[in-house]
Every structure is written in C-alpha cells, then in structure tokens.
Design a protein around this ligand. Sequence first.
Ligand SMILES: *Cc1c(COP(=O)(O)O)cnc(C)c1O
Length: 365
Amino acid sequence: MSQSALPKLERLPHPSPVADDVRAGLIADPGFGRVFTDHMVTIKYSEGQGWHSATLGPRGPLTLDPATAVLHYAQEIFEGLKAYRLADGSMALFRPDANARRFNQSARRLAMPELPESLFIDSIKALIEADKGWFPPVEGGSIYIRPFMIASEVFLGVKPSSEYLFMIICSAAGNYFKSGAPAIKIWISESYTRAAPGGTGAAKCGGNYAASLIAQQEATANGCDQVVFLDAAEHRWVEELGGMNMFFVFDDGSIITPPTGGTILEGITRASLIELAREEGLTVREENYAIDQWRADAESGKLVESFACGTAAVVTPVGSVHGVQGSFTIGSGGPGQLTQKLRAKLVDIQRGTAPDPHGWVDRIN
Ligand SMILES: *Cc1c(COP(=O)(O)O)cnc(C)c1O
C-alpha cells in the first residue's frame, strides 16, 4: 500500500454485545469514564507502509509484549471529545476537526506519525454510529470519545518507535449540564510545575498527566478539588489546571485568559468561549495574569469571577483558591453570572438548541 492511501475501516462482527437490559442499567447513571461501549477502532502504522489494518470491532483487552516502547518511554498522545444527542434526535460531534488538528500537533511534538484528519473524524463517526445505543437517556447525557496513539514497537532502545497503534474507545458520560455546577476549590502548587518552555505542555500526552498527579494529590490532601499550576520559570504566572484552562472575569466585564505560548494546552472549549464572549461584546485579553494580582484583585473586588473549562465538565466555576500563603474567595464563592451565561451559550450550541453560526456542530447521521 502506498503511504498516502487511506485504509478502509473494516467492520468486524461483535459476537456478544452487552444485553439491552444490562446496558440500560449501566447508562442510567454512568458517571464519567467507567462505563465503556461495545466497540473500538484500531488502526496500525508501520514505517514504510503508513496507516493500515483499520478495524471497527468488539472492544477488548490488548495483548502487548512487555518490551513495547510506550510502556517504557511514554510515547503516547490522546484526545477527548464528546458526541451529543441533539434536540431533534440526531447525533453530533463538537468541532472534531479541531481535535483532529490538535492530535496531529501533539503527534509532531512526540515524534509520532500524523493521522489524516478525515480518517480521525470518519472513524469516530463510524464508532458512534455503532455504539449509539450507549447515549445515557438523561438530559445532557453524552458519549465521551477517547482517541489515542501508542508507540507499539517492541524495542528497548531510546528512539521514536517504528510502529504505532491508534485506537478510539468510548464511554457513556452522565449529565454535566445540570444548572448550578458547584464552584470548586483550587490549590496553588508551589512545588510542582506542569510544563516548561520547550517541553510538552502544549501537547496532549499522557506524560503531562503522569507528572501532574502528585500535585493533584497535594491538592486533595489540602481539601481542594483541583490544582492550579504556575509557570515554571518565575512561579508567578497562572497557567492552567491539570486538565482545564482558566478564565478571569473583572468588574468592568472584561476577561483575561492566559496566552497559549507553548506551556498551555490549547483547549477547544477555551477557544470557543473566547469567540462567544467577544460576540457578546466583551473584551477578552489573552494575557499573563500573576498569582499575586489574582489574590489582590479578588480581595479588592476588581475580580468578580473565575472559571475553568474543558470538554469533560465544560465550564466549572472556581469558588476559592488555597495555598501555602493562605486562601482567598472569588466573588461570593459560588458560580458567577457571566460564568453561567457563557456556559449556557456553549451548551445550547453543543446540544443544538441554539443556532450554530460558526459551523461547530458536525452531525453524524
Ligand atoms: C484537554 C485539556 C484541556 C481542555 O481542552 P478542551 O479541548 O477544551 O477539552 C485543558 N488543559 C489540558 C492540560 C488538557 O489536557
């Protein structure tokens, strides 16, 4: 096969999908990331051959040689997006082209092969079509989609792998759209950083998460829900949470979000909210914001709201910030008005109850 030809997705029969009544029980209250669907997509890459052996088949365990490269050197990237059931009953993805592009940016940073965007998107759509029985029957229920790629060469030498495995799995996700998402407490990590200039902060790779877990553990030990990371060079500038981008709202209605200069993950939720806020006539500045300034502005009342955002929880209000230098509360400590308004605007587009002038909603069927 030539390097440029796209492999065709071969459909393998499923001998024993989960029985209807069992599935109904599982998706009644699935939570997040624990209830998996019947199928998965697998596509292989070999140096010299390109992408091949694309299948959509029964979900099941992998058999890996203990010397498989990813197990030793963490050459791995992933994506996260959701399929929604729209008000009219059809199914849709939200900006999957942006996920496909970002997946390839991550691939380049991790010295991995790029996957054609159409193969990424079409495979996701085929998988959702096969697993459409797994949408939770609750309002706002969705299917969370996890595409990922691992270095699959069996070799202990340190070099980019010559073989890769791309996969997509899905899990049923409960209702994150309930109004009044509770405000979270966040912990300022003074001892650990997530990303440094020249590092992998802008890539969605498992290694970033592995390195952030100890800080998350510290946050939990201090009674907080999430950790917020500062920049690695000065320990001064607010970057992001372990898996969510940050926004700050001021009393004049203006908004600041930290710029994506290589150490911050370029969230698709972040980019969408910037556009929506600007369309509301609000000023959004992509600007560094210092932790001391955050504290001072929260205490003076100049800062009225803060929120975090990402695909999984959409928009999450930040109620208070804690650290070794004490704590401060944001606004009333609950969800702010603009936070809720922007969240509702985005969710309405995602769920097809508001017009979609940007063409962000990509229908599956
Ligand atoms: C995935 C991710 C986000 C959020 O990105 P979305 O595209 O909005 O889901 C933010 N920060 C990190 C570190 C992430 O991995």
